[in-house]
Design a protein around this ligand. Structure first.
Ligand SMILES: [Fe+2]
Ligand SMILES: [Fe+2]
Length: 161
């Protein structure tokens, strides 16, 4: 285990995104604990790449769904990180010698950068998602009650015809 996370400090309030963030850190910790065996490294890096792509897509889908106004800036950070993870993979996936310094370098990027990203841009995005989804459910509740009133009224009229 390379990091003791303060979970409260990275909680965004959007359950799906929080779950994915915690899963990401468990993948990274598992990776840092098990780097060394050449065959295993390939799988570890592959899992990391896949999960990063998958998680960023989830957030980017939310941005599109709600027309998020900071989409460009946020995706720029995702692009930077996707490239960095690819670079790490190219540099280290075929290595078998991981001293403490190399592991620290990897952990700095994969953990420190990610935590900072969550605490700044992800939290901003998630506040936006929560506000938008509350508005959506408010509108849906209003529509539902209008529809119920309409059906009740016209249902009665239909019976008298
Ligand atoms: Fe995220
Ligand atoms: Fe993000």
């Amino acid at each position: 285990m390379y990091t003791k996370l303060n979970k409260a400090s990275i909680r965004t309030g959007v359950e799906l995104i929080d779950k994915q963030h915690f899963k990401y850190f468990s993948i990274v910790n598992n990776m840092l604990d098990n780097l060394g065996d050449k065959e295993q490294n390939k799988t570890l890096f592959k899992d990391l790449n896949n999960y990063v792509i998958y998680h960023f897509k989830t957030e980017e889908d939310f941005m599109n769904k709600y027309n998020y106004d900071k989409t460009v800036q946020h995706i720029r950070q995702h692009d930077y990180f996707r490239d960095k993870v690819k670079e790490l993979t190219r540099l280290y996936s075929k290595t078998s010698d991981f001293d403490v310094n190399v592991k620290m370098k990897i952990s700095c990027l994969l953990i420190d950068w990610f935590v900072k990203h969550i605490q700044t841009v992800d939290k901003h995005l998630c506040e936006f998602i929560l506000t938008q989804s509350k508005m959506d459910s408010g509108i849906m509740a209003k529509l539902k009650s209008l529809l119920n009133r309409f059906t009740a009224k016209h249902g009665e009229e239909a019976e008298w015809q």
